[in-house]
Design a protein around this ligand. Structure first.
Ligand SMILES: C[S@@+](CC[C@H](N)C(=O)[O-])C[C@H]1O[C@@H](n2cnc3c(N)ncnc32)[C@H](O)[C@@H]1O
Length: 340
């Protein structure tokens, strides 16, 4: 596997280890454990990640095509590289994911890794290529996870308390859909009221990748709410998501952005307050994947918070290999937990 050149910049040297761990998770979940441990190797002066397996079926290659760090895949035979076809799920132009730039954005490649690893841990891993899954990011910021979910053809829902983030994302996505002439319909765009009081704002859009899909009702739903995530149950039905994927506040200031709440400066307290709601919104068999700053909350403490919400943290083998340095104040880690 040739790793995306941008990955080196994103992960400051950890891209090989992270991609190897992601491959191990894919192998266990959907490839029958058929890949050997991936190791860095050099061929003709270029770095690759090498692994052994039986000849890849087209379906196995289609899974590997979506590995976040995968740039190209080759079969090595008699010292020569033969390209393997990698049909990605991606159904929109990739500027959907790359245009928005702002302090505090979760890197898009890392977001894809987190979504993949969470999906692979859920009971629906084998359906990744076949079904329209439903993804919730309950701390969605300006929508990096939502855009990745749309890219895969899934339904995407998000919650964020920060009105500036909500406004920036909804403005972006409406303009983008229009400019790209993507068939869509706004189902709702306005305040959410409960008992005469405004408790948030909401944008609901149905989107289709082609006119035919739109005509035949094969639409994806984008649903974004501006509200406190601890109230997420008020906006969605229990059991309506296959995966919950989120990048928690880092407990440090991001450039000029102020934290939305006092809880945002205490990420563990925020997780503890919100995880029960998130767990309720998951279908049985679903999984939660959280990224957080391991310098402000330990892995054990984060796992306990998810376990207290009735989830089952997965903490073996490759799942312990996602920890990586982002900058001086942030060392990011991932924790995934399943809903029984
Ligand atoms: C690390 S950022 C997520 C960034 C996002 N993945 C992106 O790329 O734009 C964490 C987000 O949590 C939000 N947040 C903090 N406390 C919250 C709360 N109580 N309810 C909802 N959102 C909250 C912040 O506004 C911030 O956007």
């Amino acid at each position: 596997m040739l790793i995306l050149p941008s990955a080196n910049r994103v992960y400051a040297g950890a891209s090989v280890e992270l991609t190897a761990a992601e491959l191990a998770v894919f192998s266990a979940a959907v490839l029958g454990g058929g890949l050997s441990e991936a190791k860095p190797t050099e061929l003709g002066g270029v770095s690759y990640l090498a692994f052994e397996s039986d000849p890849l079926t087209p379906r196995a290659a289609a899974f590997l095509a979506n590995v976040s760090g995968c740039y190209a895949l080759f079969e090595v035979s008699q010292g020569l590289l033969r390209p393997v076809e990698i049909p990605r799920l991606d159904r929109y132009d990739d500027d959907l994911i790359t245009i928005q730039k702002y302090p505090g954005k979760t890197n898009e490649q890392f977001t894809k890794l987190l979504l993949n690893v969470t999906l692979m841990t859920s009971a629906f891993a084998s359906e990744m290529l076949d079904r329209k899954l439903a993804v919730l990011d309950p701390l969605c910021g300006r929508g990096t996870t939502l855009n990745q979910a749309l890219m895969y053809g899934y339904d995407a829902a998000g919650v964020d308390l920060d009105q500036k983030d909500y406004d920036a994302y909804t403005t972006f996505i409406k303009a983008w859909l229009k400019r790209k002439r993507i068939k869509h319909k706004t189902d709702y765009d306005g305040p959410v009221r409960r008992e005469g009081k405004t408790v948030g704002r909401r944008l609901q859009v149905s989107v289709a990748a082609s006119k035919d899909d739109y005509r035949t009702g094969q639409t994806q739903r984008l649903d974004v709410v501006c509200a406190d995530t601890t109230r997420a149950r008020e906006f969605f039905k229990p059991g309506s998501f296959d995966v919950v994927v989120t990048d928690a506040p880092y407990g440090v200031q991001h450039g000029s952005r102020s934290s939305a709440t006092a809880l945002a400066r205490r990420p563990l307290a925020l997780l503890a307050a919100a995880a029960p709601a998130w767990a309720t919104l998951l279908r049985p068999g679903g999984a939660v994947g959280v990224a957080w700053n391991a310098l402000v909350a330990s892995r054990d403490a984060t796992a306990s918070v998810l376990a207290d919400a009735g989830l089952e943290p997965v903490d073996s083998g490759p799942y312990r290999q996602f920890r990586h340095r982002v900058d001086q104040g942030i060392t990011r880690d991932i924790l995934v937990a399943g809903k029984p």
